[in-house]
Design a binder for this molecule. Sequence first.
Ligand SMILES: Cc1cc2nc3c(=O)[nH]c(=O)nc-3n(C[C@H](O)[C@H](O)[C@H](O)COP(=O)(O)OP(=O)(O)OC[C@H]3O[C@@H](n4cnc5c(N)ncnc54)[C@H](O)[C@@H]3O)c2cc1C
Length: 357
Amino acid sequence: MGGNSSKLPDSYNIVIIGGGFAGCEFAMKLKEKSNKFTLIDGKEAMHINTGALRASVEASFAKKTLISYKEMFGDNFKHGVVRAIDTNAKTVTLVAGDEVVTYTHLVIATGSVGLFPAKLMMTTSTADALLLYRKQVEEIRGAKSIVIIGGGAVGVELAGEIATDYKDKQVTIIHPHHFLVSGTMSERFQKEVKEQLKILNVKLILGERVMNTEIETELAIRCTGLTANKFAYAATMGDKMTIKGQLKVNEYFQVEGCENVYAIGDCNNVDETKMAYRAGQHADLLLDNLVKESEEKEKTPYKPGGTMMLLSIGREGGVFHLPNGFIFGSFPTRHLKSKDVFVGKYWKESGLKCPQD
Ligand SMILES: Cc1cc2nc3c(=O)[nH]c(=O)nc-3n(C[C@H](O)[C@H](O)[C@H](O)COP(=O)(O)OP(=O)(O)OC[C@H]3O[C@@H](n4cnc5c(N)ncnc54)[C@H](O)[C@@H]3O)c2cc1C
């Protein structure tokens, strides 16, 4: 490790694009090593999207999923959307007024885009986010039957939230595959997830696509895949992207051929399931390596590991999948995740107080 007390040289001027799990973790730790950095995000608050689905059923929960960047980072936060990066001039350009920000080191942490309620758009204000979730809670409360389109982790977690809080609603998941969550998860994991959904009376239509199937329902919610958010870099760094829009990085998260430019979290092409805890690991290792590099010490390469997943199924249930394939059921999963879907952890790390009900 670079040594927790080590500072970065005063000549470093680090710009971070994106304040999700990767960018915020990086900036929170960076605060201890330098005061010369800028975190740029189009939103006003970090969205703890692990809590997005609880916020879709519990009216007072949404405010717990949004942590103000201004309160976390003060004047080191710049509100805006990056539309271009010039790695030769070492600048990023914002949409508003074509404002240009210079850097010595650039950390791209632009994450992924997906549909509401799982994700917010990168320009959604905090007030609008709270309104959107309030509306979603009301729509779910008012519908007797709800179809969830997509049985990935997001679709399964949303079904779990609704079916736990509303025993009287018919919740159906329609999914094109015969497995749920991901084809990489073990048979035992699949069996446990399906059993818990069955106990909650969630109906599964597997191996079917919506366009081939007719179902009558009062409300349909799309929970389909997430893709890399390439808006900041697509225009000028197209040759550094994979076909999926992720930035190609080496084992130190350096973007292919770009000196002092790094990509961490969901927007890089590290071959692993994209997860918040992984985004945090990328951030920690990158910062340690920047310190090591400034001290001319040997850097540590990143090694992707197997998949660890805590899948919550409502407030009480869930399945915990370890990288060695072992699984555990509701009790540890409730304790580790389902009870507050990680919002407490991120508020604690921010040093701020989580709003109460
Ligand atoms: C509903 C849901 C539940 C999940 N549950 C879990 C879980 O339990 N455990 C787990 O480990 N993972 C979970 N994940 C996955 C996890 O949320 C992602 O892996 C994580 O969000 C990745 O973090 P990130 O910082 O890379 O990107 P993001 O969280 O997507 O953040 C990217 C940030 O960059 C900003 N941004 C993007 N482009 C620009 C631009 N051009 N200019 C300015 N700002 C920009 C965005 O506004 C955003 O704030 C879940 C995902 C979802 C959707």
